[in-house]
Structures are given as C-alpha cells and as structure tokens.
Ligand binder design. Structure first.
Ligand code: IDP
Ligand code: MG
Length: 150
C-alpha cells in the first residue's frame, strides 16, 4: 500500500448533466481524501498538454473540442493506492464495458463522453496534477476518520 495522489476531472458532460455531486460522493465514500478542488475552463493549450499521449489518434481533435466545451471540475484525490482505486471506481474507458456500480458504468453511454478522467499511473498523476494545481492549492490535512481507512 502506498499513499499517493491522482488527478480527477469531472468532464463537461458530467458538469452539464448535474453529476458533480454524484461523482464526488462516490469518490469520497471510498475513503480517499480530497486535497485539491476547483472549477476550471480548459483552453486548447492545456487540453493539448493533458492529452499529449493521444496527439496522433483519430479522435484527438474531437477530444480537445469536447474537453474545452465547458468548465470541468479538477480534483486532487489522495490516499492509499489512490490511483488504482480511483480507476476502479471510474470503470474502464468505454462505458458500455464498465460494470454497473462504476461511475462510467452507471452514468456513461459513449466512449468520448465518459464523465470522468483519472490519472493512469504515478508519472501521469504527478504531471497532470502540476498542469492543474499550484503547490499551494493542494492541502494535506488529517481527518479523524483516517485511522479507519488506512
Ligand atoms: P482513459 O480516460 O480511460 O484513461 P484513454 O485511452 O486515456 O482512456 O483516452 C482518453 C479519453 O479519450 C477517454 O477517456 C475518452 O474520453 C477519449 N477516447 C478514448 N478512446 C476514444 C475513441 O476511440 N473515440 C473517441 N474518444 C475516445
Ligand atoms: Mg488515459
């Protein structure tokens, strides 16, 4: 078990469909901790940096258009194995293949508009968190329940 941090985005479809609360509630109820949170309008430059690994993909243009189409909620989630636990809670990329009970499985229909982003690994998490948050926007604080989840 390693304590780590991951970047979550509630994508434009999640924000516009009124799912911010549901998504945050599911992540919070795992026991993971919110250590950074903001509403942000992603511009083309930030979108390109965020999705740099997909630059050559046929869906890249559409993905950039989608992720810049409205504000998103950016969240830093921290705790034991936060990266893997967040990905498991999200479901897989395609909501059609995501199990019921996962965020994408319960709320999504199409592979592009799949509600939520979560960093894939520790290097991506560090890089992505620094794209969205300054150091002083991330707060490490103890919760009285921490002893019950770690
Ligand atoms: P992930 O979000 O599960 O890590 P990635 O493969 O990293 O999935 O893709 C990033 C995002 O790009 C996906 O969440 C989805 O919004 C979009 N995407 C991935 N594959 C496709 C596709 O085949 N068509 C359209 N959009 C896609
Ligand atoms: Mg990914």
């Amino acid at each position: 078990m390693t304590t780590e941090s991951t970047l979550v985005l509630i994508k434009p479809d999640g924000v516009n469909r009124g799912l911010i609360g549901d998504v945050i509630s599911r992540l919070e109820s795992t026991g993971l901790k919110i250590s950074g949170l903001k509403l942000i309008q992603i511009d083309n430059e930030l979108a390109g940096k965020h999705y740099q690994e997909h630059k050559e993909k046929p869906f890249f243009g559409s993905l950039i258009e989608f992720i810049t189409s409205s504000p998103v909620v950016a969240i830093v989630i921290s705790g034991p194995d936060a990266i893997k636990k967040t990905r498991t809670t999200m479901g897989v990329t395609n909501p059609l293949e995501s199990e019921p009970g996962t965020i994408r499985g319960d709320f999504g229909l199409t592979v592009e508009k799949n509600i939520i982003h979560g960093s894939a690994n520790i290097d991506d998490a560090k890089r992505e968190i620094s794209l969205y948050f300054n150091d002083d926007e991330i707060i490490n604080y103890p919760r009285s329940i921490d002893n019950w989840i770690e």
